[in-house]
Design a protein around this ligand. Structure first.
Ligand code: S3P
Length: 173
């Protein structure tokens, strides 16, 4: 049996990586994997608890380990965490055996989607709208470096998944 290339969803928090990823896995007969879930499993505690107890650098180390592990596998849809782009090694490794698909959304749409969320420590202290804008600005160039990107504003998750499916099928070896 031919091995299937991974499909790697990259984008800021609230761009729909997890929801779109589940749809894609079902459509393409791939295995859905959420990097944040893998990190929680490894650490034995929640993402907010990792940030609070051990700090962001410890979280990024765990994230890196999960990237190395998942990049060695195939047939996965990988919903990455929004900060995976911060380490260029992550993008290099994930891209070796996977189609990278960037999901984008405007700050207002992201705020709308995450308004009541409490599970994202980077957005939790201070003004959420301000945090989203500042983080987006600081990471924009990293998200823009993914060649295949979809702006999800106003699109259903099914529509986003349909566009990514087309691209994945085009690039299938
Ligand atoms: C983060 C995004 C989160 C999670 C952590 C840090 C980030 O994942 O990994 O809170 O740095 O953007 P989601 O993008 O799935 O929310």
């Amino acid at each position: 049996m031919q091995t299937k290339k991974n499909l790697v969803l990259i984008g800021f928090m609230g761009t729909g990586k997890t929801t779109v990823g589940r749809i894609l896995a079902a459509r393409l007969d791939l295995v859905f994997t959420d990097m944040d879930d893998c990190i929680v499993q490894r650490a034995g505690k929640s993402i907010p608890a990792i940030f609070a107890d051990d700090g962001e650098p410890a979280f990024r180390t765990l994230e890196r380990q999960v990237v190395v592990d998942l990049s060695a596998q195939s047939g996965l849809v990988i919903a990455t965490g929004g900060g995976v782009v911060l380490n260029p090694d992550n993008i290099r490794d994930l891209g070796r055996n996977g189609l990278l698909a960037g999901l984008t959304a405007s700050p207002d749409v992201i705020l709308d989607r995450l308004r009541h969320d409490t599970g994202r420590p980077l957005l939790n202290d201070g003004d959420k709208a301000e945090k989203i804008r500042a983080l987006l600005v600081s990471r924009q160039h990293l998200y823009n470096a993914i060649p295949f990107r979809i702006n999800t504003d106003g699109l259903s998750c099914e529509a986003v998944a349909a566009r990514i499916t087309e691209q994945y099928e085009l690039q299938r070896d």
